[in-house]
Design a binder for this molecule. Structure first.
Ligand code: AMP
Length: 363
């Protein structure tokens, strides 16, 4: 039997952004306390948590004190340094565990892991030097996409290499750091599966999300996706295989591309692009659009509670408020059918996720 944390226990959260903030709000609804650990004094999650530690992720004394003050640790971002994770896990349970982090922090290990499960990915190759890049370009053709192995998000750390583009210049553009080259996937749609696995191995997925990006940042998520049911089942099955192979605990999101159907696969095909070992922007609609939000679900899983229902309560559309989009808050607040979420961030810099807005239309 899994040890369940009781209301009154404290969940430690590494990272103080909007994901940590929404996790803390969900934890509070269950009578759980939260303690945020983040290095930025302006962390939006600090405002909604009972306690916080303002310290660097390599501050050993602060980490040990944090571990002693909480009953379980989770995180809102995948770039938690390995040393931080190892130090914390010696003192307190940490979910998802270090294996999930180690695999998903690096695009090469991540894609090798996914492909090793027999799940399709874009063709990819390790790139350390210009010669590796030239060989991979010759194998995959152009366009192709060069991505840093680590620390890439929202299109950062990647460059498209088209016909006539210089390989050395592309590698220089990403700072000549370890990278992978991916063959270009001519996708028709981008989807994601947000799902959860509890400490006893039970798995529950939300309906497949269909995502549109603007300037490489998620713009709109619509659920359900318009893809055929068979393909949606395949996408969820692939996510389940990934979660099980990782021995995963918590909410996981898997981003995928959809390829048009052909004679062999009339419904189309899915290709896995990326795994997020955490709650995900494309799952924000679940706050009002599902019986259990992804944040509540994550808290349940890491606290040893049973999973809640992932059933959708209507057709949903979630729009991000990016940069100065947030100036529209009065107009959005004036529509009584919209759910407005603002993250409490000070300055609306271009590209910064300031909030989101969800519409749920009963079916
Ligand atoms: P990523 O940083 O891997 O999430 O990629 C960001 C965006 O770049 C994706 O959402 C796609 O729109 C595009 N992209 C990434 N990889 C590929 C690929 N192999 N082929 C085509 N488009 C891609």
């Amino acid at each position: 039997m899994t040890q369940r944390l009781s209301p009154g226990a404290t969940v430690g959260i590494l990272g103080g952004g909007q994901l940590g903030r929404m996790m803390a709000i969900a934890a509070a609804a269950y009578g759980l306390k939260t303690h945020i650990y983040a290095p930025d004094p302006e962390s939006p999650a600090f405002e909604v948590a009972g306690r916080h530690t303002l310290a660097a992720y390599d501050d050993e004394a602060a980490l040990v004190a944090f571990a002693a003050a909480v009953d379980v640790v989770t995180y809102e971002f995948e770039n938690v340094p390995a040393d931080t994770v190892h130090l914390l896990s010696r003192h307190v349970p940490l979910f998802p565990d270090d294996k999930a982090l180690a695999i998903t922090q690096d695009r090469l290990t991540e894609k090798t892991f996914v492909a090793g499960l027999g799940i399709p990915t874009a063709p990819f190759n390790d790139v350390a030097e210009v010669a590796d890049l030239e060989a991979a370009l010759a194998a995959f053709g152009r366009p192709a996409i060069l991505k840093t192995r680590r620390f890439g998000y929202d299109g950062k750390g990647q460059v498209k290499i088209g016909p006539g583009d210089d390989a050395a210049a592309a590698l220089a553009a990403i700072g000549h750091v370890p990278a992978i080259l991916e063959g270009f996937v001519p996708f028709t749609r981008e989807i994601s599966v947000v799902a959860a696995r509890d400490r006893e191995g039970n798995f529950a997925a939300y309906d497949v999300c269909e995502n549109e990006h603007r300037n490489h940042i998620l713009d709109v998520t619509r659920v359900p996706s318009a893809i055929p049911a068979k393909l949606a089942d395949e996408a969820i099955a692939a996510t389940r295989r990934i979660a099980e192979a990782l021995g995963y605990v918590g909410v996981i999101a898997v981003e995928m591309f959809v390829l048009e159907g052909d004679a062999d696969a009339p419904d189309g095909r899915i290709i896995v692009n990326e795994i997020a070992p955490r709650v995900h922007n494309s799952g924000h609609w679940t706050i009002e659009g599902a019986v259990t939000s992804q944040f509540a679900q994550h808290i349940r899983a890491v606290c040893g509670w049973p999973l809640g229902s992932t059933r959708r309560t209507g057709r949903v559309e979630m729009r991000n408020l990016i940069g100065e989009d947030v100036d529209r808050w009065q107009e959005i607040a004036g529509d009584p059918e919209l759910h407005l979420h603002l993250y409490g961030k000070g300055s609306a810099r271009p590209g910064r996720k300031m909030g989101h807005v969800t519409r749920v239309v009963p079916e």
